[in-house]
Design a protein around this ligand. Structure first.
Ligand code: 5RP
Length: 226
């Protein structure tokens, strides 16, 4: 994990924003560098849709004008981080528990740029545990159904509910996060479809066919992937 690489990626992505745009603001430490660099540009007429309360707080502090998906349903450009960047710009997201709002904002965007440090680029998705957002009601039953789907995908360890010091982690929407230690996801499209079919699963962290461009930070600049 390199903060310099994250900073380089965030700053390079901010150069893609133009005055008057509606901009989706991602969540996480890399996205925070983007938000800071965007605010520093002082572009006029920006309206920013944050993907978490944490990002909203940062953007507000920096003087960016906030909007919502309700008020600005068409987003010109979203910039967000990722936990893994795989072949074809398939991503795992949700390490920061914001995957539902992130996916809603990404899907409403004309263009999406993923920003990451170089260690996030992987040949196969799945070393990073796949986050799955689950409704709290009956979550243990839902977890059993998730385990069945994982076994069908040759993933034999059950997903584990995410805990923090003060108990179960709650998303901004009040849901729980289960993390599935997949090790390797050989068919992300089928796994994404199968997880979505489980009642109680709100969303999962596989972002497929959503990123248009990846800006990968290096120690002395960035590399761009399409
Ligand atoms: C939050 C996310 C983040 O973008 C992802 O976890 C990467 O975070 P970081 O930039 O801090 O490494 O998906 O839900």
């Amino acid at each position: 994990m390199s903060d310099l690489q994250k900073k380089n990626a965030g700053e390079a992505a901010a150069a893609h924003v133009e005055a008057g745009m509606v901009v989706g603001l991602g969540t996480g430490s890399t996205a925070a560098w983007f938000v800071k660099a965007l605010a520093a540009r002082g572009l006029s007429g920006l309206r920013c849709v944050p993907t978490s309360e944490k990002t909203a707080d940062l953007a507000r502090e920096l003087g960016l004008t906030l909007s919502t998906l309700e008020d600005t349903p068409r987003i010109d450009l979203t910039v967000d981080g990722a936990d893994e960047v795989g072949p074809g710009l398939a991503l795992i997201k949700g390490g920061g528990a914001a995957l539902l709002r992130e996916k809603l904002v990404w899907e409403a965007s004309s263009r999406c740029i993923v920003i990451a440090d170089a260690a996030k680029v992987v040949p196969v998705l799945g070393a990073f545990p796949l986050p799955i957002e689950v409704v709290a009601f009956g979550h243990k039953t839902t977890a059993n159904r998730i385990a069945d789907v994982l076994i069908d995908h040759d993933i034999n360890s059950p997903a584990r509910v995410r805990q923090a010091d003060r108990g179960l982690v709650r998303t901004d929407g009040g849901n729980l996060i289960y993390d599935a230690a997949c090790k390797a996801i050989h068919d992300p499209v089928r796994l994404a479809d199968d997880l979505k079919l489980i009642t109680g699963v709100v969303e999962h962290g596989l972002f497929l066919d959503l990123a248009d461009l990846a800006i990968i930070g290096t120690d002395d600049g960035v590399e761009v992937k399409t």
